[in-house]
Design a binder for this molecule. Structure first.
Ligand code: M6R
Length: 577
């Protein structure tokens, strides 16, 4: 979940690394650091804090040199402090490394190295990497020592390292269960955890595969399999541009990405779903696996598939191996915007006998390599930690899969219409910003949207929030509904309204402050605040509902002085289990 960047070429490495780390910060933002090689010496600067502040205070871009590596941390081993920030180095400061992942056998390896005289100064598992390479390099070339070290590691890793004692100028790479992509330039090479960090310089990339090792020089790259034999990996070209990874005048990425939806929805609707559709037709039993926001999209997909007569269930990916027994007769649909979520990948590996369809936004991601058919979201990079446009895009491709594109002709206009409600939503946000709790209710196919609205709300406002099918309130939660507690009711005029209306009244009778997302006159009368829904084909209500909920979460977050792009303790891409 950390962000990694590396550069070798003729540019000032410190500038490329600093720029790249700004694009990668969504992956982790506890602490940040860079190491640049200049004249056979390493200049390492790192500290706790955000890239913008740390790079200014420590004057990152003053460092001279054309080779370097950088890291933005999301702590796993060891508290957040300067020492534990990456890059890490050996005692002689001749080898430096950045790491994303968790080294599971680090205690044993570290103890062995201590016995051999290595001195450790941090609590991290990552620090052992430069020590291990140094130890192995005593008896063999640096490349072989790096390869041997990587083979000794158990767990997950993306590693980028370099040495002052390397006779050639090289950067060493390794990946297993953590993403790492090579960026191919002319007379310069890049590597990073994610493509947006390199978009300013190149559009040609080589995603490394599980177990790959690689070496970058200024003039090219070589990829090796885990056994050390040279291998080839496919180059990909992306049509993303740098503006897609910039705020473009918006105060936050999240707001930009919410508004992006009106542009990208057509791209998502153009997604190729034909091959997935014919695979789905062959199966009766379909398991859906995903996490967080993607799970909510998966839940809706399971409802729609069940409606079509399939036996379908959505599973939280991390729990899938504990409760499901997939076999050759089970089709798996995995949903992951990043395509790198560790919980999803391990669930996919668990379902080894089953055929797999992936729904993802990320070309070249791991999920695309272990699936039989892929549906791309086509919605451009999403930088804000809170998923917004990718959720809507997931719904769009799911709907296309189930209903066909014709039924969705009104969708782009609907999204524009809902975005126009921003000013009205801002006023409601003021009423919610001081609250401690919030409850979201809906029924039927709107329930996954209530879950998603509640997740969005809690993750960026830090207000405790829960979501339920309306009928569940009376089975326990109603005891928490007292004077002024917000109840956000997703109440479009569809088949769910008669029952949901009863639930709204129950809550109102106990003093709840009702925010009604509705076009029903009775619900409006019960609501303290109304977010007006248009009269549309009822199948489209989930799209009409999610956009105001994204805007509501965003504006409450901003009113509370929180940076919605970087909520505490979270990272965009969750590459640890
Ligand atoms: O990349 P994925 O879709 O697999 O990510 C899964 C979750 O971590 C993600 O959806 C998360 O819940 C959202 N960023 C929350 O807004």
């Amino acid at each position: 979940m950390c962000g990694i960047i590396g550069y070798i070429g003729s540019r000032k490495a410190s500038e490329v690394l600093t720029e790249g780390l700004k694009r990668l910060e969504y992956r982790g933002y506890d602490s940040v650091g860079i190491a640049v090689l200049n004249d056979k010496k390493l200049e390492i600067r790192k500290d706790v804090g955000m890239i913008e502040d740390v790079s200014t205070t420590l004057q990152f871009t003053n460092i001279e040199g054309n080779i370097g590596i950088g890291h933005s941390r999301w702590a796993t081993h060891g508290v957040v402090c300067k020492e534990n920030a990456h890059p890490h180095f050996n005692t002689r400061k001749t080898i430096v490394a950045v790491h994303n992942g968790v080294i599971e056998n680090f205690t044993k390896l570290k103890n062995d190295l201590i016995e051999k005289g290595h001195e450790f100064t941090t609590d991290t598992d990552s620090e052992l990497i430069p020590h291990l390479v140094e130890e192995n390099a005593k008896s063999q070339s640096l490349l072989k020592a790096f390869m041997k070290s990587v083979r000794q590691l158990e767990g997950s890793y993306a590693i980028v390292a370099l040495s002052t004692e390397d006779k050639e100028e090289r950067i060493f790479l390794a990946r297993k269960n953590s993403p790492l992509v090579i960026g191919v330039g002319k007379g310069e090479m890049f590597c990073a955890s994610d493509i947006p960090a390199m978009l300013k310089y190149t559009k040609t990339f080589v995603p490394l595969q599980e177990g790959d090792l690689a070496v970058l020089t200024k003039h090219g790259y070589k990829v090796y399999s885990v056994d050390g034999s040279e291998t080839t990996r496919k180059q990909i070209t992306v049509d993303w541009n740098i503006e897609m990874a910039q705020k473009c005048g918006y105060p936050h990425f999240m707001l930009k990405e919410i508004f992006d939806q009106k542009h990208f929805i057509n791209e998502s609707l153009a997604a190729d779903v034909d091959s997935a559709k014919s695979i789905i037709d062959e199966y009766e039993k379909i398991d859906i696996i995903a996490c967080g926001t993607s799970y909510h999209a998966g839940l809706l997909l399971s409802y729609l598939l069940s409606e079509k007569g399939k036996i379908s269930q959505a599973f939280i990916a991390s729990d899938y191996p504990f409760i499901a027994k997939p076999n050759e007769k089970t089709l798996i649909i995995a949903i992951s915007q990043s395509g790198e979520t560790a919980d999803v990948l391990q669930a996919l590996r668990y379902a080894e006998k089953s055929r797999k369809i992936a729904i993802t936004n990320t070309v070249g991601s791991t999920i695309t390599r272990i699936s039989d058919s892929i549906i791309y979201l086509n919605t451009g990079p999403e930088v804000g930690v809170a998923a917004t446009k990718t959720f809507t895009a997931q719904l769009a491709v799911i709907y296309k899969l189930i209903y066909g594109k014709k039924k969705l002709a009104e969708l782009p206009k609907l999204i524009e219409l809902m975005l126009k409600l921003e000013n009205q939503i801002k006023k409601i946000a003021v009423k919610l910003a001081g609250k401690e709790h919030a409850f979201f209710i809906a029924r039927g196919k709107n329930v996954p949207i209530a879950y998603e609205g509640s997740l969005k709300f809690k993750e960026i406002t830090y207000i405790h929030s829960e979501a339920y099918p309306g009928g569940e309130l009376k089975h326990g939660t109603l005891s928490l509904i007292t004077d002024g507690v917000p109840l956000i009711a997703l109440a479009p005029k569809d088949d769910t309204i008669p029952k949901l209306f009863g639930n709204i009244k129950e809550a109102k009778a106990r003093g709840a402050m009702i925010v009604g997302l509705t076009n029903d006159e009775d619900v409006k009368k019960e609501s303290n605040f109304v977010i007006e829904l248009p009269e549309i084909d009822p199948i489209l209500y989930p799209f009409a509902l999610i956009i105001p909920l994204q805007l509501l979460a965003y504006h409450v977050s901003v009113l509370k002085g929180i940076n919605p792009d970087r909520p505490r303790n979270l990272a965009k891409s969750v590459t640890v289990e």
